[in-house]
Design a protein around this ligand. Structure first.
Ligand code: ZN
Length: 326
């Protein structure tokens, strides 16, 4: 038997395809449908020194130029600085949410004075408004929109295609006890879109412990956890003995779950088949874009809708999602 659970996760959805060969009772692998470079962004940011070396008001008081001790340079527009003020009047310090009335801020803002505080943050006053602004050095470095920083973010979020036959493997025991293993697990999910976890206890619904280690669960029309087992009168192809061709899950949803977890609970040695195969649809889309540009254009530009209409279920459903897009 197989348990399937979906989770929300702060990364972008992407298509992956699953192929399950015909069998009697199971398949295996932990399956992620998502990846994004945000994990890399976090790690690389923390390696960069945030100490500011020099500050200069430039462009007729319309911009602030900064140089960090690590050599990085950045320039911030006076209006951007006002909109990113982190003082108590503008930002709730515990939730980090903005609380200031943006519509009351003058449209034209020029810098009146800029100073560095004892802890290295930047204090700013503007000519057109009575306000003591504060911008932290960390916020400025992390959100720098310099050409260099934007290039770095582009590089760090560049997709890595999964074209070899190797699936990264980690022990669930290690993931639970070691932050290094936990980080590697997140990186595999983010970068490669897939990771096999071994040593997960074969207990019914234990998969919830695994998923909630890194995310909150997403409810679907199947509930939080779906038990996949062979049934006689199948209401879903997943419950049959036949092979499931490559497919994507939850195309009918406007926002698909970020990560999907598959947990193999039982797999007898006598069973033939039951393997789970994965392909990287991002890579296939890229190859298809190059080799079949006209067909690729048709697939990406002609509107169509994923639908699932099933009134015979205990809880009848009629789902439809917007056209697929890149
Ligand atoms: Zn403020």
């Amino acid at each position: 038997m197989l348990s399937v659970v979906r989770a929300s996760y702060a990364v972008r959805n992407l298509l992956s395809a699953v192929y399950r060969t015909g069998s009697s009772n199971s398949c295996q692998l932990s399956h992620s449908k998502s990846r994004h470079g945000f994990i890399k962004n976090i790690s690389s940011f923390h390696k960069r020194s945030t100490e500011i070396e020099t500050i200069n008001v430039a462009h007729e008081k319309n911009a602030l130029s900064l140089k960090w001790k690590n050599g990085e340079l950045a320039s911030f527009h006076s209006k951007w600085l006002r909109f990113n003020c982190r003082c108590d009047k503008c930002t709730n310090q515990t939730s980090s949410s903005w609380i200031w009335p943006a519509h009351k801020v003058p449209l034209d803002l020029t810098l009146k004075s800029v100073n560095t505080s004892d802890n290295g943050d930047i204090n700013i006053q503007w000519n057109e408004e009575e306000h003591e602004g504060i911008l932290t050095k960390e916020h400025l470095l992390q959100h720098s929109y310099s050409e260099e920083n934007r290039r770095r973010l582009r590089d760090e979020t560049k997709l890595q295609f999964q074209t070899d036959m190797t699936v990264a493997e980690l022990s669930w025991r290690d993931v639970q006890s070691s932050e290094d293993s936990l980080y590697r697990w997140l990186r595999y999910i983010g970068d490669q879109g897939i990771c096999l976890l071994t040593d997960v206890p074969a207990e019914h619904h234990y998969i919830k412990n695994v998923a909630t280690k890194i995310a909150s669960l997403t409810g679907t029309l199947y509930g939080e956890i779906l038990d996949v087992k062979v049934l006689k009168n199948v209401i879903n192809a997943a419950y049959g003995r036949q092979a499931l061709l490559f497919h994507t899950d939850f195309g009918i949803y406007e926002a698909q779950p970020g990560v999907q977890f598959l947990h193999c609970l039982k797999f007898d040695d006598t069973v033939l088949g039951g393997e789970t195969l994965f392909v990287d649809l991002y890579h296939i889309a890229e190859v298809f874009r190059t080799d079949y540009p006209e067909e690729f254009r048709t697939l990406t530009e002609v509107p169509f809708t994923f639908t699932r209409i099933h009134y015979a279920r205990d809880a009848p459903v009629s789902y439809g999602s917007p056209p697929a897009s890149l």
